[in-house]
Design a protein around this ligand. Sequence first.
Ligand SMILES: NC(=O)c1ccc[n+]([C@@H]2O[C@H](COP(=O)([O-])OP(=O)(O)OC[C@H]3O[C@@H](n4cnc5c(N)ncnc54)[C@H](OP(=O)(O)O)[C@@H]3O)[C@@H](O)[C@H]2O)c1
Length: 325
Amino acid sequence: MRAVIADGAGGPEVLSVAELPDPEPGPGEVLLQVAAAGLNRADLLQRQGFYPPPPGASDIIGMECSGTVAALGEGVTGWSVGDEACALLSAGGYAERVAVPAGQLMPVPAGVDLVTAAALPEVAATVWSNVFMVAGLEPQETLLVHGGAGGIGTFAIQLAHQLGAKVLTTAGTPEKRAACAALGADVTIDYREEDFVAVVKESTDGHGADVILDNMGAKYLDRNLDALATEGRLVIIGMQGGTKAELDINKLLRKRGAVIATTLRARPTAEKSAICASVVEHVWPLVAEGLVRPVVHGTMPLAEVAAAHALMESGAHSGKILLTL
Ligand SMILES: NC(=O)c1ccc[n+]([C@@H]2O[C@H](COP(=O)([O-])OP(=O)(O)OC[C@H]3O[C@@H](n4cnc5c(N)ncnc54)[C@H](OP(=O)(O)O)[C@@H]3O)[C@@H](O)[C@H]2O)c1
């Protein structure tokens, strides 16, 4: 099969397409003929040598894809050859074929084409698991989403808005803030020029954000605590602003707050499968109704993988970038 290989760790130029052996579906796995693969920020870290795949997973980059079921491993029920699906992967998405634990396979929601479905697994599973399953955002509460115009952000805004929460978000350009508002953000904040803590306080009559979905990590830790409401939950899912910071425990305990950090990729298959099942139950109906939609910046053929990584690194994109096969 054609698959993306990396010639060492480094910039986008280390990536190219080569012929590799087809994967074999093991017991409980499904072999998918890939139609498209989604790019994720973590793919850039893996390419740079900072984010190795979990033990036992493929070396091929790619944490999500869509495609057609090509073969079933021993013991798989509920799927047939020829079914269309999208999948949350530990690795291996940038390839013509990938073996996936059956529990991490999800049907393509009604109204979404097969290629576009590759934009859904990571954002849906990350946002649903963190904002709703872990942080328990309630309809009358306020969510602050950092990086609202990114893949994760565009989905988080829509889902929280549809489920009745007030949504505040940060973004880097006027065009991106307008796009966030169109997706349902009540308040958009220019993270380059504005103090997001002050805007969150002003927009919530001093209450603060009940839940914060944070991609920045260290750089925003202290300001996120300032922006948090009493009994607020800060969920850190990214390290774009570094990994080490001082935590002011006094601020946190006076707010009876929680700081939670999670990663989807390192979770065991059973947990990922439970998250996928919950996404299909709770999120897919909203996608099928057109209330929450995948936001795709653009699609590029697999051979242009280096250019796709360079685009994501530039930050010029809004929503998801997909590789087609
Ligand atoms: N833990 C997990 O399980 C998990 C799963 C998936 C993703 N993630 C993480 O979630 C984050 C987003 O991923 P993605 O795939 O959506 O990437 P993406 O599309 O490249 O989005 C990155 C976002 O970061 C924003 N950003 C950059 N500098 C910022 C700043 N100073 N303040 C606020 N926002 C800033 C960008 O905003 P502008 O475009 O407006 O500049 C952009 O929206 C990444 O950190 C990724 O690693 C974690």
